[in-house]
Design a protein. Structure first.
Ligand SMILES: *Cc1c(COP(=O)(O)O)cnc(C)c1O
Length: 371
């Protein structure tokens, strides 16, 4: 097998082009391109069915639902969150003038450690914004208990958790709201896109206003909303991609199984197990390199992979708390975040997407085993 063939970390799930063309022809006929059109509304309906939820608002990307969730719940002051995520999670707080308070993660899940949340609560705390990192469910019950005790809202960044269920119940049903990203790199994509999941029709209505400049009628603006609407072309694309996502998740599971089988006896390489009562989506396959046991560092392995044309990703490195906008915060100090700091130095997400072949996986495994 040639070393020169490129293996990328991800590759987008694409709808069948021939099937897309009639949808485009229909959109051309309707001449309704955006502003909650036919395909937008169809996709909201179909996503509710697929995800087993009641209320969803489509957005034009996965960052605006985070920003809008905070607006819809009127969150202010301080919000407790994880540094081990994509920057958009914390940026959404900054865009709302909210102070992020970072809490360390649990190394078994890479999610916020609930045992450390209470110590970070102050009189200014109004909400918790955890992330279901890699689609691994947070400890939703413990987080609810803490939120209820202190009267805090919970907004889950579920950008990685499309289709994830616990005991047959959608992960999106936990917390006051959950957000999704349909970016091209995610398990399910609409090129760019995202959604906000809420609990009741009244809140959905309010979010509909907020994502359309706050318009609640031709001449009435009820809030300083934003433009977050998803257009018809991407909604139609999304309807078609929804038909392919189950098969994609099955392929991803096969790849995860192959990785696990291949890596189970490699000293110094750790990976996350499946949880029995969880429907996983296999959005990422992170491995954690213990330099002492493995012999070389994460970065040495990462660049060795690159030199053989295998592209992993150091996801999430660096921690959000180390970026210039946030590193001055008390909670951003590495001493406050020892686990996240170590995990960020150990992680590589291996190539993972539905079209990855067994030969590709074999090449990745052989390289990791040979170091
Ligand atoms: C992808 C992602 C987002 C943002 O999504 P976009 O659609 O790219 O705006 C937010 N949070 C996490 C954890 C993500 O991975």
């Amino acid at each position: 097998m040639s070393d020169r063939l490129l293996i990328t970390v991800t590759s987008p799930l694409l709808p069948d082009l021939q099937e897309f063309i009639p949808y485009l022809e229909d959109i051309w006929q309707r001449k309704w391109l955006t502003n909650m059109g036919y395909y937008h509304n169809e996709l909201e309906k179909e996503l509710c069915k697929y995800l087993k939820i009641q209320h969803i608002n489509l957005f034009t990307n996965g960052t605006l639902p985070l920003i809008t969730a905070l607006q819809a719940l009127r969150i202010t002051g301080e919000v407790i969150t994880t540094p081990y995520s994509f920057v958009a999670t914390t940026h959404s707080l900054w865009w709302n003038g909210i102070k992020p308070v970072f809490v360390d993660i649990d190394e078994q899940t890479c999610n916020i450690n609930p045992a450390k949340i209470e110590a970070a609560i102050t009189p200014k705390t109004t909400a918790i914004m955890p992330v279901h990192c890699y689609g691994q469910p947070c400890d939703v019950l413990k987080i609810k208990e803490i939120a209820d005790k202190y009267g805090l809202k919970v907004i889950y960044d579920a950008a990685h958790a499309f289709g994830v269920e616990i005991d047959g119940k959608s992960i999106l049903e936990y917390g006051d709201m959950s957000t999704l990203s349909f970016h091209a790199t995610k398990v399910y994509n609409t090129v760019e896109g995202g959604a906000l999941v809420c609990r009741d029709a009244e809140t959905k209505q309010r979010i509909d206003y907020l994502k359309n400049f706050g318009f609640a009628g031709e001449t009435t603006v009820v809030a300083p909303g934003i433009n977050g609407k998803m257009d018809e072309i991407r909604a139609a694309y999304g309807l078609l991609n929804l038909k392919k996502v189950d098969a994609a998740i099955i392929s991803r599971k096969r790849i995860a199984d192959l990785y696990r089988e291949g890596l189970q006896n490699v000293a110094g390489i750790r990976f996350l197990p499946d949880t029995e009562n969880v429907r996983h989506n296999y959005s990422y396959f992170p491995i954690f390199v213990d330099e002492k046991e493995y012999g070389i560092s994460r970065d040495e392995l990462y660049f060795a992979m690159q030199s053989r044309n295998i592209y992993g990703r150091r996801y999430f490195y660096p921690l959000i708390s180390t970026f210039s906008s946030y590193k001055g915060l008390d909670s951003a100090k590495p001493e406050n975040l020892p686990v996240a700091t170590r995990i960020a130095d150990e992680v590589i997400c291996l190539p993972m997407y539905a079209g990855l072949t067994e030969e590709d996986v074999e090449r990745v495994l052989n390289l990791i085993k040979k170091q």
